[in-house]
Design a protein around this ligand. Structure first.
Ligand code: TYM
Length: 340
């Protein structure tokens, strides 16, 4: 542990790799808004465009479009640029500069053990980009260039956040300083792992070939309702206790989604809907999902009609961000022994 008191500061990021899902919304964005509105933290949210080019070549025009669309998604979901700093990663160069230092702190073995590296590179590690391998060091830099103390994410990012702590601890130890905080992951709520609507054992993901497996933030009300009506379920009624969801991944997923959308616990939802058949529960869930999600897609479309305004918000966010990141990078360089 470090003894230094750090300002309570939240950082999190999402890749602008096209297509936001209900998983991104419930696992990340909605939590970002909650932490922003709670008022106990300074909040910084980021489109990680440098990460988005690690896995495959992105068409430049599409990447620019996806970055602006993600910014619109953040704002439509409730991130308020007056209350949070909203940035695009490449516009704050200190992220990449600190990442280089962390490339020299992190060990090859640590990176090789990352499950996302293994999943994404698979058997083709030889032909994967160096950037994909170093991805977690850039992610650690995203967080630590702000001395962020808390990082809200979905379950799938847990290992990367453990590595972030390892990098901070090794830097502090190697240089005999107490400079970087050991950041806390915030993986909380009913929807830290939203599953596919077609297969309760698979994560809901923008890369799933079946569009019916996910709800996209750009889906209209009819599409959202239809996807929920068609979601895979089992023939049994819903239980009134959590234990009754054991070995029922599809039922558990739909109840988790309901709870997260309605700001309830799973226990509260089951107390209300226990005993219902899916024929009754699915229309309730569809109505709730449409009520919560379709205003976001409408607002996103409105915001995308004025991309110059989005660019202004991002430029302003970068200026605010650099007031924090420039001194932290300068101090890091001093610690490491760079003349300047
Ligand atoms: P990314 O872009 O894959 O996902 C963004 C956020 O959405 C969450 N998420 C989910 N949560 C619940 N259920 C799902 N099905 C689901 N799918 C996605 C992810 O957990 C994540 O919180 N490496 C990160 C981006 C990143 C970052 C950072 C995050 C870069 N730097 C610094 C935090 C802090 C990523 O690829 O997320």
């Amino acid at each position: 542990m470090t003894d230094t008191q750090f300002t309570p500061r939240v950082f999190s990021g999402i890749q602008p790799s096209g297509g936001l899902t209900l998983g991104n919304y419930l696992g990340a964005m909605k939590r970002f808004v909650d932490m922003q509105d709670e008022g106990s933290y300074q909040t910084i949210y980021c489109m990680v465009d440098l990460h988005a080019i690690t896995a495959k070549l992105q068409d430049p025009a599409t990447l620019r479009h996806n970055t602006r669309e993600l910014a619109a998604g953040f704002i439509a979901a409730g991130v308020d640029p007056q209350k949070s700093i909203l940035i695009n990663q490449s516009q704050v160069p200190e992220h990449a500069q600190l990442a280089w230092i962390f490339n020299c702190v992190a060990r090859m073995g640590w990176m090789g053990r990352m499950t996302q590296w293994k999943d994404k590179a698979g058997k083709n590690a030889e032909t994967a980009s160096l950037g994909l391998f170093a991805y977690p060091a850039l992610m650690a830099a995203d967080i630590l260039i702000y001395h962020a103390t808390h990082v809200p994410v979905g379950e799938d990012q847990k290992q990367h956040l453990e590595l972030t702590r390892d990098i901070a601890a090794k830097f502090n130890h190697d240089y005999g300083v107490d400079f970087f905080p050991l950041t806390e992951p915030v993986i909380e709520g009913a929807a830290t792992r939203v599953m596919s609507l077609r297969d309760g054992s698979k994560k809901m993901s923008k890369s799933d070939p079946s569009d019916a497996s996910r709800i996209n933030l750009t889906d209209d009300a009819d599409t959202i309702a239809k996807k929920i009506r068609k979601a895979k379920t089992d023939p049994d009624a819903l239980p009134s206790e959590i234990e009754g969801l054991k070995d029922r991944p599809e039922a558990r997923n739909l109840v988790n989604i309901y709870a997260a959308l309605n700001d309830q616990t799973v226990e509260q939802v089951l107390a209300e809907v226990g005993g219902q058949q899916f024929g009754t529960f699915k229309p309730l869930l569809a109505d709730l999902a449409v009520a919560k999600m379709s205003p976001i897609s409408t607002r996103m479309a409105e915001l995308m009609a004025d991309t110059a305004e989005i660019d202004r918000i991002l430029a302003n966010g970068a200026t605010q961000a650099r007031e924090i990141t420039a001194p932290i990078l300068r101090k890091t360089y001093d610690i490491v022994g760079m003349v300047g």
